[in-house]
Ligand binder design. Sequence first.
Ligand code: KG4
Ligand code: ZN
Length: 340
Amino acid sequence: MKNIILGIESSCDDTSAAIVCDGVLLSNVIANQEVHKIYGGVVPELASRSHQQNIIPVIDFAIKSAKIEKQNISAVAFTRGPGLLGSLLVGTSFAKGFALSLNIPLIEVNHLQGHVFSHFIVNSEEEKSLLPAFPFLCLLVSGGHTQIILVKDFFEMEIIGQTIDDAAGEAFDKCAKVIGLPYPGGPHIDKLSQNGNKNAFAFTKPKIPELNYSFSGLKTAFLYFLRDKMAENENFISENKTDLCASLQKSIVDILLDKLVKAVKITGIQRIAVAGGVAANSGLRNTLTEMSQKKHWKLFLPPIKFTTDNAAMIAIAGFYKFLRKDFTSHSVAPIARMNF
Ligand code: KG4
Ligand code: ZN
């Protein structure tokens, strides 16, 4: 009998459902919530309401496009946290109801571990031979997290460095807002950077010990720099937008990679993976690719579509938990803040 897992992700502003059969992805459906754009950030109450509207059609479509029957699903995996409580509650409640109605196991997945599992998503049995071997280092960079994770096994992960304030994605989004770009600003900065000079401006780097990160200093440096330049020339931002984006992106990438190099030195591990929304960034991907060639690292870059929030990573993590019979009780409640 085949093991078919339905994965549900609803931790922030994307409602997503995916079907995995014996560890191979059959479908992955994502409904993005446009409603937040005009507010310049995610509005939690609106996010939960949109999840409620989206969740049934998204799951229905995921099941239909996987060409399976609902009755053949073996277990339901869902994101328990971290994330927005109201959003998580929609996915958790739906998962419980679905599992109860089919009398199948419920499997909770940690969203951060889910991002690491984006490296185990395969579209065919043959692709399984290309998956990263353990141990490897995963740089997890999203809107809410910036961490270097030592991945020893599927569910044996240790955070060896993390941000003490803002996340890398937050730095992109907050700086983008200052120069008038829409939310989320990361992809806009990335796009504009392609036509800019990354060495046009320099911002001071944080001096944080060990493998930890800080991005709030960069945000402040960026703000003060713009304030001074605007005092001299009020068109400074519009005249220098692409150079500003390229220089800011280079600073964020440099900060991220400095600590990754240090982590490789400390651990001696040269298998490197990146995950999370910021892993879509072309500056990060290109610099890491060059660096890996020079340093003989084995680099794992996930396809862009699996960098931002998606249910495929939750369904895959759920599949590996299913094999271990690592099931969750129906008394489970979502958690807004959690590590592993
Ligand atoms: O992983 P994700 O979808 O959600 C969280 O769990 O946070 O990450 C979203 C973050 C946002 O901050 C967004 O600006 C950033 O990922 N992001 C990017 C790019 N694409 C998404 N940042 C820089 N360059 C990109 N191409
Ligand atoms: Zn995420």
